[in-house]
Write a protein that binds this ligand. Sequence first.
Ligand code: C5P
Length: 387
Amino acid sequence: MTGGIAAYKSPQLVRRLIERGCEVRVVMSAGAEAFITPLSLQAVSGHPVHCELLDAEAESGMGHIELARWADTVVIAPATAHCLARLAHGFADDLLSTLVLATGARLLLAPAMNQQMWQHPATRANLDILRARGVGIIGPGSGDQACGEVGPGRMTEPEDIADVVTSAAADQSWAGWRVLLTAGPTWEAIDPVRGITNHSSGKMGYALAQAAREAGAEVTLVSGPVALQPPAGVNCIDVRSAEEMLAAVLANVAAADVFIGVAAVADFRPAQKAEHKIKKTPGGDTMTLELVRNPDILATVAALDDAPFTVGFAAETRDTLENARTKRVAKRVDVIAANDVGGSDSAFGSDSNTVTLVHDGEDIVIGPAPKAMVAAEMLRAIDSLIR
Ligand code: C5P
């Protein structure tokens, strides 16, 4: 734990982990102790709490090297902006940073900070460094903050952190499988500065790519324009239009065992892309744009002779399940994940989602839950459907 107001939730995280069968040792930074006492964490973990690096008595019991060797997973929750900076640059001036350098265990961070701090270029750069090193970043969520502001930077709820810790630790069931995914929106250019697109954030597709990678798969992600970092260890191919997306998919599909089409692909594109910016004309109060059909990437993949196991999404604003069933038959895919994108709690851009897997057998409902959890659960369901 490092020192943020979210530290008041850390005892709950310890409890949730213990409920799931984990053995937990707590290390607190000096900052964390300003928010909550080691005694509370000792009481919930059932073990003495470790705070000092250069404490002769503590080091003769379980010192930083023993702790580093003992852990299968190191979770820092909350992880402050300062903590991310220190870890990105390899500091080793307290017990927590030293044990992070000394451990070979999987490292997961649950950041928590003011939204401006989270969005600051310095924090973004530190996160890039940590992600590139394979560090797992859980959250943060978005919403009301303790400082009175609203935005990204809330620590992910203890229950959800515990789920990520335990699900990713156990499951390597996709090892040896090659997974190809599409994610995000497409951009269909009208002229050099304008285009047609949609509200897809790419979060669900990226969460599935990350979950597949964590479950041991070799993952290729063909992504439309999004504001997300590719998950560590995933081969990411950036595209813009549906036609570019199809080309990238066809270039990679032969090597795939499973294809998951999560992208919100535009159904139509402008018949012509103007070479120069289209200008207003005097008296021209209306303008007509001719659109032509885009290729259906999912249906194209499903129709291949040697098609991989195919999973599509149906994002609908009404009659979601009926539409998903019709779509599954029309596109001849193995599974359609139906999700409702209408209303104020729309899945588009949100951090959580509910999906219903429509397949040959009975519907499988997953969520509502954070997209990372929905992704892990979806993979488990797809895995058993394939088997
Ligand atoms: O027909 P609809 O767009 O609702 O179908 C959604 C599913 O089909 C998604 O899996 C999406 O990725 C895929 N799709 C596609 N190519 C299109 C349109 C949709 O692959 N042109």
